[in-house]
Design a protein around this ligand. Structure first.
Ligand code: ZN
Length: 121
C-alpha cells in the first residue's frame, strides 16, 4: 500500500494502488506513473501503453542512471570474485611449490640411501 504522496502538478491525493511498482499511483480513479527517483511524470493508463506503464519505475534519465549503477555494481562484484580466485590460486601455488620442494628433498635422501646400500654390497 502506498502512503499519501504530494505531486507538484496534482497536489495531495490519497493513493490506493495494488500494483507493486512504486512509481504507480491512482489519482481520481486513473492510474498514473511518476519516476521513483525524480518524480518526473511518466504517463497514465490512457496516454501510455498499459504493459509499459505498469513496468516503468523510472523516467528515461533515471533509468539510464540506474542501469549504469547496476552495471558498475556487477563489474565491482566480478572484479572482487576475480581477485578472490587469484588469491586462492596464489595460495594453492605456494602450497604446491612447498610440497614439490619437500618431495625433491625426499628423492635426494632416497638416492643417498640407495648409494649407501650399493656400497654395502
Ligand atoms: Zn527520474
Amino acid at each position: 500500500m502506498h502512503k499519501l504522496k504530494v505531486y507538484p502538478d496534482n497536489g495531495c491525493y490519497e493513493i490506493n494502488c495494488d500494483y507493486k511498482n512504486p512509481a504507480l499511483c491512482k489519482i481520481n480513479g486513473v492510474i498514473h506513473a511518476y519516476c521513483c527517483i525524480c518524480k518526473t511524470y511518466i504517463g497514465n493508463e490512457y496516454d501510455t501503453d498499459w504493459n509499459s506503464l505498469i513496468r516503468r519505475e523510472y523516467c528515461s534519465v533515471c533509468r539510464e542512471k540506474v542501469r549504469t549503477e547496476q552495471n558498475m555494481l556487477r563489474q565491482k562484484k566480478f572484479r572482487k570474485k576475480n581477485k578472490q580466485e587469484k588469491k586462492l590460486l596464489r595460495n594453492q601455488n605456494a602450497i604446491l611449490k612447498e610440497e614439490n620442494r619437500l618431495l625433491r628433498e625426499m628423492v635426494v635422501a632416497l638416492r643417498d640411501d640407495v648409494d649407501k646400500l650399493k656400497h654395502m654390497n
